[in-house]
Structures are given as structure tokens and as C-alpha cells.
Design a protein around this ligand. Structure first.
Ligand code: DC
Length: 238
């Protein structure tokens, strides 16, 4: 395992685990761009919803993903914004309805191929912190910096509940949110193409009961240690 070229940090894990906040802070700490790959899939999910495309129609969805005018544009803070037809994503992309459709839409290999190619193109230039489900298994399997964020279902569904409350200002039903989070994770982990999974090339990071700062600090330390290890191994001997 080596680290040629730009630094790629893969952060994978289930929904509600705190990946977005951790990935953004981590990217700032490491001076790398940040790419939220879930937003790309949500753009496809939203578009499928608006066009009335069946989330199980693999052929139409693959075509849609290929034709969709998605651009990835880095802002002044180093965050790569996902633009749909040149505009930021509609806030509806963050709703449970779109999350549910996106989880189904993203299961299709034809959709994933297009998104993965764009992710490699964007992050391959000068490195990035990428968060998603398949970054360390499929998008950049060669990177030595792979972290799998996890937390108990209850903790994740409570986090999701707070996000929904903040975003919509409404009071979602906690039991319904827990069931939706569980169902989505099961689908993301159970699909045939690029399932959410962790292997021994990842380091497991528990986020439950820890602050964002603690989690970020732990990952920064591990990235630096892995970097040192690689530098020592590639240094000339004697
Ligand atoms: O991270 P998120 O909750 O915004 O992701 C929305 C959905 O997109 C999620 O249910 C699974 C899918 N997704 C994926 O399949 N692969 C990724 N790299 C990122 C997200």
C-alpha cells in the first residue's frame, strides 16, 4: 500500500453517523478539498422524483445520470459544491423522501459508474476528503487513508431527528425516523453493487459519545501516523 499522488481520505459509514461535519472539519485541518458524494446521488434522486422516473428503472436512471448537468465546483473554503444545471441543490434534496428514493436510485450500477468517474476526476487532481459509502472500497481503493465511521442505530437516528428538526422546523415522529434510518442502511449495505461495507483496510472510528472535535483529532493523528509510516518505508536505507 503506497500513497502516490494527491492525498485521498476516504470516510465511509452509515447515515446519521456524523460523516458530513467530521469530513468538512477534517478537510479544513488537512488543507484538502471536501466532497460529499451523497449529494451527487441525491441530485439524481431528486431529479428522478421530479421527472416521475421509477426508482427501480435501471436503464432510465443510468441514462438520466449520464445526461444530468451536474458540476462540481470548489468554493473559497475548499468545499466542492454539487451544482445541478449550474444551481445549488434544492433544499428538498435533504428531505427523508429524497433520501429514501436516493437510496434506491443509487443501487443501480449504471448510475454509480457515472458518479464514481466524476468523483475520481474531481478528487484525483489535488486530493480530497471524500465521504460516502464506497469511497474506500470502489472509488479510491488504493488510498491508505480509510476510515469507517460508525455509531449505534439509536444514536444515528437521534442525530438524524435533530437534523430534520433544524432543516424543516417540524417535529418528525422519532419511531418513523428510526425505522427509515434502519431501512436505508439495510438497503445501502445489502445491494449487489458497491454495498456499504468495511474491510480490514479501514480503521473503525466510533462517533457515538464523542464530540466532533475528538473524532476529527483522532483521524488527523492517524492520517499523520500513516503518512510518517509511508515516508519511512520509502526513505532510502543505509
Ligand atoms: O450520505 P447521504 O445520506 O447523503 O447519501 C444518500 C444516499 O446516497 C444513501 O442512502 C446511499 C447513497 N450513497 C451511495 O450509494 N454512495 C455514496 N458514495 C454516497 C451516497
Amino acid at each position: 500500500m503506497s500513497a502516490p499522488g494527491p492525498t485521498i481520505v476516504a470516510l465511509d459509514g452509515p447515515s446519521g453517523v456524523g460523516k458530513t461535519t467530521v469530513a468538512q472539519r477534517l478537510a479544513e485541518r488537512l488543507g484538502l478539498p471536501y466532497l460529499e458524494t451523497g449529494a451527487m446521488y441525491r441530485a439524481v434522486g431528486l431529479e428522478a422524483l421530479d421527472r416521475g422516473i421509477d426508482p427501480d428503472d435501471a436503464a432510465r436512471l443510468a441514462k438520466l445520470a449520464g445526461e444530468l448537468e451536474l458540476t462540481l465546483e470548489e468554493d473559497e473554503r475548499g468545499r466542492v459544491r454539487v451544482l445541478l444545471r449550474g444551481e445549488p441543490l434544492d433544499p428538498r434534496a435533504r428531505t427523508q423522501e429524497v433520501a429514501e428514493i436516493t437510496s434506491r436510485v443509487s443501487a443501480h450500477a449504471g448510475v454509480r459508474q457515472t458518479m464514481v468517474a466524476r468523483q475520481r476526476q474531481s478528487a484525483g487532481r489535488r486530493g480530497a476528503v471524500l465521504e460516502g459509502r464506497d469511497i474506500g472500497t470502489k472509488v479510491f481503493p488504493e488510498t491508505p487513508y480509510k476510515f469507517f465511521l460508525d455509531a449505534p442505530l439509536k444514536v444515528r437516528s437521534e442525530r438524524r431527528l435533530r437534523q430534520l428538526r433544524d432543516a424543516a422546523g417540524s417535529e418528525p415522529d422519532p419511531r418513523a425516523v428510526l425505522a427509515e434510518v434502519a431501512a436505508r442502511d439495510e438497503r445501502d449495505a445489502g445491494r449487489a453493487d458497491s454495498p456499504l461495507t468495511m474491510d480490514s483496510s479501514y480503521e473503525l472510528v466510533e462517533t457515538g459519545g464523542r464530540t466532533v472535535e475528538e473524532v476529527v483529532e483522532a483521524i488527523v493523528e492517524r492520517v499523520q501516523a500513516i503518512r510518517r509510516g509511508l515516508a519511512e518505508r520509502s526513505a532510502p536505507h543505509g
